[in-house]
Design a protein around this ligand. Structure first.
Ligand SMILES: [Cu+2]
Length: 101
């Protein structure tokens, strides 16, 4: 009986992890506007709305690192954008960015 309980518990934990992963993947992109681009530093300044997964509950303007330098060529200052972020090596990093349609 104890074995069955253990298996059931493992399945519950596993499916929880899968749902959490899918949830992150489906998280909507954040709306923002480019206010500055620093290609030599690989950084972009974005005015953005709340980003719940980074505990930013209010909009603000801040500097982000970009995952790929080429991302800085896809947008220019003044562009309205949609972007996604993650903490990579402890640094808040833009992982995806596109012009808002
Ligand atoms: Cu912020």
């Amino acid at each position: 009986m104890r074995k069955i309980t253990l298996v059931a518990a493992s399945i519950l934990v596993l499916s929880g992890a899968i749902f959490a992963t899918v949830g992150v993947a489906k998280a909507p992109m954040v709306n923002g506007q480019v206010t500055k681009i620093d290609e030599s530093a690989g950084k972009i300044t974005l005015k953005h709305g709340p980003i719940k997964k980074l505990d930013m509950n209010e909009g603000m303007t801040m500097v982000f690192r970009v995952q790929e330098p080429a991302m800085l060529k896809q947008v220019k200052v003044g562009d309205k954008v949609r972007f996604d972020t993650d903490r990579i090596n402890g640094q808040i990093t833009v992982t995806k960015i596109e012009k808002a349609k």
